[in-house]
Design a protein around this ligand. Sequence first.
Ligand SMILES: Cc1ncc(COP(=O)(O)O)c(C=O)c1O
Length: 403
Amino acid sequence: MVFDLKACARSNILALQPYRCARDDYKDDGNTTLLDANENAHGPSLSKVDDLASKGSESQLFRFDSLNRYPDPHQIELKQLLCHLRQSPSSPNPLTPANLFVGVGSDEAIDALIRCFCVPGVDRILICPPTYGMYTVASQINDVEVVKIPLDIEGDIPTFDIRPGVILEKLRNDSKIKLVYICSPGNPTGKLIPPSQIRQLLEFQWNGVVVLDEAYIDFAGEGKSLAHWVNDHPNLVVMQTLSKAFGMAGIRLGFAFAPTNIIRLLNNLKAPYNISSITSALAIQAVSKPGLEVMAVHRNLILEQRTRIVQELVRLQRIGKLRGGFDANFLLVEILNGPKDSGGVPDNISARRVYKELAETKGIVVRYRGDELGCEGCLRITVGTEDETTKLIKKLDEVFKEI
Ligand SMILES: Cc1ncc(COP(=O)(O)O)c(C=O)c1O
């Protein structure tokens, strides 16, 4: 069976008449009198709006005096910049704004895809644990069952690769699976999935969609994103976010690249003004040339500290192996129940204890991941600044002496 959007998406979504507003037809060019959307022409209720120096200055990041107006429902300028960011010079089918959905974090895209493709109580999604928790949360909210095909967790140091053969076998036997969520680089694994494995999934003929979550892709090295593949594969969606390498988690901006017919459905079902004007103005700054330069500097600092943590942590006697990959801004670290020279092994009781001590007595919060598949005795540690790394190593050493 080949992918057929009309037979795969929910029939009520295919038939959906999207909310339309006059701004779909007419843009605010600064000279137009806008009496279409029941806005307040007097401006925003901000007493300090002048202090914010908002009135018409070209150098302003954002005009606060325009907050009385609804934001652009289409976000074309932002989408164009995002296409430019992920365009591949070798790709014969360039990305265009029609390949993009923008949402309130990529969490909105995760949920929108489920609502688009999965009939509640009938259809299913497939995930590969250990993986990001929101795929399951969004499924549960939508009354959609989750099928689990774990990553490869065999061996002393798991590869945390996907197992395309097992996934495809499952898809062959379960026609109710509509979406396969693959996280690359994985959370909590920090492991980039080889493109050849993703290609294996895309070459399989089935009536469902492969969703590749690339939230951490900018930590994996130049040119690793597969976003430019979406115009070559009718059933590929690639999600990304400004929350990680771009350091903009607070504005809530995520996006999904996909073939234009899938994007049309996602845009039809979203709330018309889901992206606030402030968010889009800041997002545009972040993905314009000066913002990209700042991102590259910060990312390189994080990568330096990642290397440093790898080198310094393994010297500690109660730290075991670094599991998973080095493709994200965090590391998955084994905590041992005794010194490694005396045969200490990864252990959840020790990991929980270190997690608690770090937070309660040392002022450092990391993430306990020991209960996740293939993560026995593991903490997930985000890579911070140089000072934060210095503090982390020192405090971890102290905790190990105290417990
Ligand atoms: C793998 C993965 N995908 C998506 C997200 C959500 O990102 P956003 O902040 O864009 O909603 C996260 C956040 O931690 C994540 O780890």
